[in-house]
Ligand binder design. Structure first.
Ligand code: DC
Length: 673
């Protein structure tokens, strides 16, 4: 298995590179549910008495809610075992004025808007720019029916908002003017109804909410109702069209509360199982199961429909892939809007089209998720049809049609998590992986623990050590892909020269490296459609390669291009820094050496065979000078990795050296394949 520490080099603020993955197995204990955590924090804050909350999710969204509650004067303290004790305020926040920043936390923004609008203080609520593009007008309209005073500070219908003391104070003299029926639209975001439901007990008056239009994302409303009941408020429901809060309702603490694992977060791991787990070693999640109050557990039904083998217990679920492969489905996703995103990526591995409908709410989430999903799936080679409230995905025609891609995540945690699964099709770079902090800060650590990547054999060594030839032979023997990384530097030098870019122009050459149009094929190496194998081997281009390889921006530009060669069933990569920077987690690293004298002799013989006269002493001097330069250069010096196996070929021919590497690989192979 791949350990996260192997990925120190790859995990950084900007991106994470994932090699092509072969299989998955193992168990994950899920972090607390985001939907439950933020609702419970608000309920515990509003309730009479203190609540000890266990397994609360630690993430950006919950941090925004906690900060907001603290600003409002709610006191909380961390207890041992990750438990949080919240001292309830009994319906009235101590601070009647406050400015709140709620990031991009939709649940926090909507529920606090409703709550604060009915509590009679003066507040402003802001978020990140995307939050200010997410509609809130329907909730504001509903609250205004109750006498709330709400102003839009920028654009009509959108945050930020200013709330002024409502004309109706809870329990105050204005009670008799409270309308006892309030209307709210149900077809934009169920968070509007949730916000209203959570806030209305503060008025103390019997109120009926009438939902206009079809209520979407009903399971989230179910979570709200279940949690309100735990805090002592029973809502009477007439279908999904009307909800009645009793007069005199008050929130009371249940004392302690255990947050179940997040069912939406579970979807990524269940999908891992469906795509790539063998029956004997399924992927299992614990902390959420059949007994959950979260609608997203029904994601498991969708996987089952696609053919996956699913087992559910009260507090666990496990999945493995079907022998016959997954099949595409058509599904109304109203009941699992968030987890449905995961299905869109699972669709890449199913036979036939997958069509997900009734997902209009995707358009008003962290990003326009329908548009984002289409753009990124197409990069991988899928055919995607986006509609107003639906998406249809046809996977790439075959494994060979899967394209390595750089995936953008749009500051949307779910985009980052979903697309990690696409690495079963091709190597990927996922930009801004830290955006998972919104709901699952250590997602990638868990993910990497469960997956097995395509193996790499990294071979390095001094010039003329025979590493190119040996690498090719090892790759052939194993049926692996091969990467001659030196060729990429040579191609860059050639392409730069042809474009008239000076080899010393770091930014210019890096731009060329990033945009190289190259194909490595049986018949040769093609640059922009032209075979250039012979040109690459000229002394002039070798000199240029050596120059451009010393430019850090060029090395950075070629990094993902090299990693993209790591495809099933495996890769043999040769060249400088293969085992250090490019594939630090390579299970086998080989440092191929031979004395300068032996290498000089081999080079001399090569030239002699080609009929080129050469001076042995001059070749030896030249090799020694190159060794010295290679070992002492500042950028990517020639140096064996501490965990590399040394293979001295002074007394070995190509076949024997190849045989030794294959023998080493056979030793480690049982744990890897
Ligand atoms: O192995 P080669 O001669 O084709 O390499 C061409 C140049 O690129 C040579 O100067 C070494 C350099 N190189 C590098 O810096 N890093 C690599 N991974 C491969 C080659």
């Amino acid at each position: 298995m791949l350990a996260l520490q192997d990925y120190d080099e790859a995990v950084c603020m900007d991106y994470i590179d994932l090699p092509q993955l072969l299989s998955a197995a193992g168990e994950v204990r899920l972090p607390g549910s985001k939907s439950i955590s933020n609702r419970v924090l608000l309920l515990a804050a509003l309730a009479e008495g203190a609540t000890e909350i266990h397994n609360l999710l630690a993430s950006d969204d919950t941090a925004r809610m906690l900060e907001a509650l603290e600003t409002l004067g709610v006191r909380s303290e961390s207890l041992s075992g990750g438990c949080l004790r919240v001292q309830g305020v009994g319906g009235a926040f101590p601070n009647p004025r406050a400015e709140l920043f709620l990031g991009n936390a939709g649940t926090a923004f909507r529920s606090l808007t409703a709550t604060l609008a009915l509590t009679g203080g003066a507040y402003t609520l802001r978020g990140v720019p995307r939050m200010h593009e997410r509609p809130i007008g329907d909730l504001v309209d509903a609250l205004r029916q109750l006498g709330a005073q709400i102003e839009y500070l920028e654009k009509e219908g959108f945050p930020p908002l200013r709330l002024s003391p409502a004309r109706i104070r809870p329990g105050g003299a204005g009670r008799n003017v409270l309308h006892n029926v309030v209307q709210i639209r149900g077809d934009v975001s169920s968070q509007f109804l949730t916000g209203l439901l959570l806030a209305l007990p503060l008025t103390g008056v019997e109120t009926t909410i009438a939902v206009e239009g079809e209520l979407i994302s009903r399971p989230y409303v179910d979570i709200t109702l279940a949690l309100m009941a735990r805090f002592g408020v029973a809502v009477a429901r007439q279908g999904w069209q009307s909800f009645t809060l009793p007069a005199g309702a008050r929130y009371r603490t249940p004392g302690t509360f255990h947050v179940e694992g997040d069912a939406s977060s579970a979807s990524y791991f269940l999908a891992l199982g469906a795509i790539a787990a063998a029956p004997a070693a399924p992927v299992r999640v614990t902390g959420v199961g059949r007994a959950s109050i979260q609608g997203d557990v029904r994601f498991a039904d969708a996987l089952r429909e696609m053919g996956a083998k699913v087992e559910l217990g009260d507090t666990w679920m496990q999945v493995c892939a079907p022998a016959a492969g997954l099949r595409g489905i058509a599904l109304d996703c109203n009941h699992i809007p968030d987890a449905a995103m995961t299905l869109a990526v699972v669709a890449l591995f199913a036979q036939g089209e997958t069509r997900l409908t009734n997902i209009a709410s995707w358009r008003v989430k962290e990003t326009d998720r329908i548009a984002a999903m289409q753009r990124e799936l197409e990069k991988l080679g899928a055919q995607v049809r986006a509609e107003r409230d639906a998406i249809a995905i046809l996977p790439p025609k075959s494994a060979a049609h899967f394209k390595p891609a750089i995936i953008d995540t749009y500051d949307d945690h779910r985009m980052a998590m979903c697309f990690s699964l696409a690495a079963f099709g091709a190597p990927l770079r996922i930009n801004d992986p830290a955006c998972t902090a919104k709901t699952f800060p250590d997602y990638f650590a868990h993910f990497l623990r469960l997956v097995r990547p395509a193996p790499v054999i990294a071979i390095d060594g001094p010039t003329a050590s025979g590493k190119g030839t040996v690498s090719t032979r090892v790759a052939q023997a194993l049926g692996f892909h091969s990467l001659d990384s030196g060729a990429l530097y040579r191609l860059t030098a050639l392409a730069a020269r042809e474009a008239g870019v000076d080899w010393a122009d770091e930014a210019g050459v890096a731009g060329i490296a990033a945009g190289l149009d190259v194909r490595f094929q049986e018949e040769g190496i093609f640059l922009a459609g032209r075979e250039v194998g012979d040109l690459l081997r000229t002394e002039a281009i070798a000199a240029g390669a050596s120059r451009v390889a010393a430019l850090p921006a060029v090395r950075a530009a070629l990094l993902f291009r090299q990693r993209a060669f790591r495809r099933a069933p495996g890769l043999v990569g040769d060249g400088r820094d293969m085992g250090s920077v490019v594939f630090p987690d390579a299970p086998l690293k080989v440092f191929l050496t031979a004395s300068a004298e032996v290498r000089a002799e081999r080079r001399w013989q090569q030239l002699a065979e080609r009929g080129e006269a050469a001076d042995r002493a001059a070749i030896l001097a030249d090799l020694k000078a190159r060794d010295e330069r290679d070992q002492t250069r500042a950028i990517a010096p020639l140096r064996p990795e501490p965990d590399a196996r040394h293979l001295d070929t002074d007394h070995l021919d190509i076949a024997a050296a190849t045989g030794q590497i294959l023998a080493w690989y056979a030793e480690i192979r049982p744990q890897r394949d």
